[in-house]
Design a protein around this ligand. Structure first.
Ligand code: GRG
Length: 308
């Protein structure tokens, strides 16, 4: 399938999965479930679930081409959709909490009022908590028949979302804001964990569902790390150069808050070069996967060239 149609197909699968796997808005307490659905269905690029679905497909395709009698059979593949939705739940919870007044205090997210603006602070806090919890419920429910896969996915999700990765990155980010400037090392730590961990987890979860080998999982991890940094550098460049309407969130916030970013540390040109280096490193890892992972490679290029 051509890239754009494939991208749209993954996105549609994700949207349908979200709608199906989230409790209906009529579930009691309706305000909570309405807030969860509001934030999750508000749009967004769906990058993490797309990475999961595409990573699983690499191995589904490769494994389906193997001769029947293999000396070391790859693990059987499983439907990656529930864990793809789980990743989007965790990502969305982190956005809902990040937008709260005690953190980034933002009014606009995915082109719409943030969850606490649309509902209220307490509801947004609880909706975020519930989305995080739902992610693990989805994994427990939908992979119950393959306990070793359920365990591996739980490990991937909990590590990426935990105190040393996503939450740790957010903590260091808040600490860095309180002092005059973050160092390059601190900035790399923040983004490697705040942004990179969830992107890597998405690729790993897909690889696990598709039955990737340990070597292939290492390549996915490598790709995720570089993709995460490239993604964040581009995010910093866009914050400094794009407008709010294009971004669907408040632009120029970093500069206004006096925040250290790749752009303030290295300037626009060097940031562009650094993003390119990281993109190339991600592509090199993807290229070593079965079939050269053309969809993920094109997506990586597109992320580097994105305008929102
Ligand atoms: C509250 C534990 C906790 C963490 C918050 C997500 C986050 C961490 C902060 C938001 C600010 C930020 C720049 C995070 C880096 C990751 C990032 C670029 C998130 C936005 O991801 P996109 O662009 O968003 O994929 P959409 O809306 O398209 O899904």
């Amino acid at each position: 399938m051509e890239f754009t149609s494939q991208l749209q197909s993954y996105r549609t699968r994700t949207e349908q999965g979200i709608d199906l796997l989230l409790p209906p808005a009529t579930t009691r307490p309706t305000r909570l479930h309405a807030a969860m659905r509001y934030s999750l269905l508000a749009g967004g690029k769906r990058l993490r679930p797309i990475l999961t679905l595409a990573a699983a497909d690499i191995f589904n395709r490769a494994n389906s081409q193997l001769p029947l009698a293999q000396p070391a059979l790859p693990a059987p593949s499983a439907d990656p959709l529930p864990v793809a939705v789980a990743l989007e739940c965790i990502h969305t919870y982190s956005l809902v909490h990040d937008d709260l007044p005690c953190m980034d205090n933002d009014d606009l997210r995915r082109g719409q009022p943030t969850c606490h603006k649309q509902f209220d602070e307490a509801t947004a806090l609880l909706a975020g908590d519930a989305l995080l919890t739902l992610a693990f419920q989805l994994v427990a429910r939908h992979y119950a028949l393959t306990p070793s896969l359920a365990l591996a996915l739980t490990g991937i999700l909990s590590e990426a979302a935990g105190s040393e990765r996503l939450i740790g990155g957010q903590m260091e980010d808040l600490l860095a804001e309180r002092k005059s400037a973050a160092t390059a090392n601190e900035l790399d730590f923040i983004h490697h964990n705040k942004t990179g961990a969830m992107l890597t987890a998405a690729l790993l979860a897909g690889g696990r569902c598709g039955g990737a080998t340990d070597t292939q999982l290492s390549l996915l991890e490598d790709a995720g790390r570089h993709l995460g940094l490239a993604f964040q550098i581009v995010d910093d460049v866009l914050d400094a150069t794009a407008d709010s309407a294009t971004l669907g969130k408040t632009a120029g916030k970093d500069a206004k808050a006096g925040k250290t970013t790749y752009v303030t540390l290295h300037g626009l040109d060097a940031s562009g070069r650094y993003a390119r280096e990281q993109t190339d490193a991600a592509l090199a890892a993807l290229n070593r996967l079965p079939g050269g992972a053309p969809f993920l490679s094109r997506l990586t290029e597109n992320m580097a060239a994105r305008t929102s």
